[in-house]
Design a protein around this ligand. Structure first.
Ligand code: AMP
Ligand code: ZN
Length: 457
């Protein structure tokens, strides 16, 4: 296989990828804010970076590639949804995360190695904020902690714009407590009915950007290989992540390569609820369109080009999927085609990879078609192979016991204990949700019995 070449949004050029440590290749991608079911646009970065994850695993070995994608589970949109529906924030975020995992699995995506939730890293965010304050990059004003962009001399390096240009081009929130309109919030105060944590700046919650700087540093260290996300995040989110992380280290700290997918539109228009062109992968799968057909649709457009979603394209993909599925259904696995691999290795050229797949189908090389399709996340859709897990009685009993213990702690108003157990469940991969009929649970992909047992003793 040839070398991997990737386009770096920061240098605006494509170059050969050479990881900092080939035994620990690290990729961080900004994940969803969990207040609503993921829409078809959200699935685009998931599929793109899943293809890259698969490629890196192929080249460097599965155990040497680490991929983290966060869940933003503290955000004003979540608070608004809780207020509107009368549900608790935790109920909303747990449910949305569960949906996200199963919807993305249905599109053939692998689970990342780490799926950190922002609320589990508040301590790290507070200590990073403290470092920024101590080093003179942040100032306090009216119970807020604010990053002062003029203090970081390379602010704007990702988008290549000056601070003044940015002010002119962006809808920035002008607030009386900011020295400069571009200064951004690291910490803000919470009302008693809003989620909050005690901090040196009072009871409050983090600003959005600090979570990715703090979580990537905790999981990967201050330097790692690839940082990805949708193009809409390049400014201000990624610009601000760079300012936070690089202020605390040298300029070459943090991500070495920045990758951004272009946006998905529907019939040439931006997706929006008012236009009625807003839908989720789940809606489409419920209509009988297979996850594989949808995945093929995404792969048909290069990630750095806008993807226009049309019914026509979906129909074409469905036809293609049926044709290929018939061809490979009863055959053995061949080898992954070098041409497919090389296309993907050339800055994720998935349209070229698909045209190589067409050639394999045409020449009757169905074994290699099958192997190459699996490499692209097709044909071996994990959902369709997943059988019900049968748990031994001891595990069932342990789960029941721990859930009872938590219910008991809540009844006795021992919220510290109840929260500790709930956080322990999350870390052990036991997904719980409070329903009208009591507590519902299921095991996540990362379920770890040892971690669950440790909660008991
Ligand atoms: P959000 O939940 O809005 O923070 O978005 C989660 C991820 O989906 C981010 O990487 C966004 O850049 C990406 N995203 C959101 N909308 C679209 C879209 N229409 N097309 C492509 N990517 C999108
Ligand atoms: Zn982020």
């Amino acid at each position: 296989m040839t070398e991997i070449k990737l386009y770096n949004s920061k240098t605006r050029s494509k170059s050969i990828f050479s990881p900092l440590d080939p035994k620990n290749v690290r990729m961080y991608v900004c994940g969803p804010t969990v207040y609503d079911r993921a829409h078809i646009g959200n699935a685009r970065p998931v599929i793109i970076f899943d293809i890259l994850f698969r490629l890196l695993r192929y080249k460097y070995g599965e155990r040497y590639v680490n991929y983290a994608r966060n869940f933003t589970d503290v955000d004003d949109k979540i608070n608004a949804s809780a207020l509107r529906t009368g549900r608790t924030i935790r109920e909303i975020t747990n449910e949305t995360i569960k949906w996200f995992i199963s919807d993305m699995q249905a599109l053939g995506n692998l689970e990342p190695s780490y799926s950190p939730r922002a609320t589990e890293y508040i301590e790290q965010m507070i200590s990073m904020n403290m470092e920024l304050l101590n080093k003179g990059y942040a100032y306090e004003a009216e119970n807020h902690l604010i990053f002062e962009v003029h203090k970081y001399k390379n602010y704007g390096s990702l988008s290549g714009r000056s601070i003044d240009d940015m002010i002119a081009g962006a809808r920035v929130e002008v607030a009386p407590y900011k020295k400069n309109p571009m200064d951004f919030i690291l910490w803000k105060p919470s009302e008693a009915n809003e989620p909050g944590w005690n901090s040196p700046w009072g009871y409050g919650r983090p600003g959005w950007h600090i979570e990715c700087s703090a979580m990537s540093r905790e999981i990967f260290g201050s330097k790692f290989d690839i940082h990805g996300g949708g193009l809409d995040l390049a400014f201000p989110h990624h610009e601000n992540e760079i300012a936070q992380s690089c202020s605390l280290g040298s300029e070459d700290e943090f991500a070495q390569i920045w990758m951004h997918n272009e946006m998905l539109q529907v019939n040439g228009k931006k997706m929006s609820k008012s236009l009625g062109n807003f839908f989720s992968p789940k809606d489409l799968i419920d209509q009988g369109i297979s996850g594989d057909s949808l995945r093929l649709m995404y792969l048909g457009t290069h990630y750095r080009k806008p993807l226009d979603w049309t019914e026509n394209k979906v129909e074409e993909s469905q036809k293609l999927q049926k044709k290929w599925e018939n061809l490979v259904s009863n055959c053995e696995f061949g080898v992954i085609s070098e041409k497919v691999l090389n296309a993907v290795a050339d800055d994720l050229n998935t349209p070229l990879a698909l045209s190589e797949m067409h050639k394999l189908a045409k020449s009757g090389n169905v074994k290699d078609l099958k192997a190459s399709g699996c490499f692209l996340g097709l044909f071996d859709n994990p959902i369709s192979h997943k059988s019900e897990t049968i748990l031994p009685d001891e595990v069932q009993n342990l789960i029941t016991e721990l859930l009872n213990e938590r219910a008991d702690a809540r009844f006795k108003k021992d919220y510290a204990k109840a929260d500790k157990l709930r956080d322990g469940f999350v870390k052990a991969g036991l997904i719980i949700s409070d329903t009208e009929n009591g507590i519902d649970w299921e095991l996540g992909e990362n379920f770890d019995l040892k971690k669950l047992e440790a909660l008991k003793w």
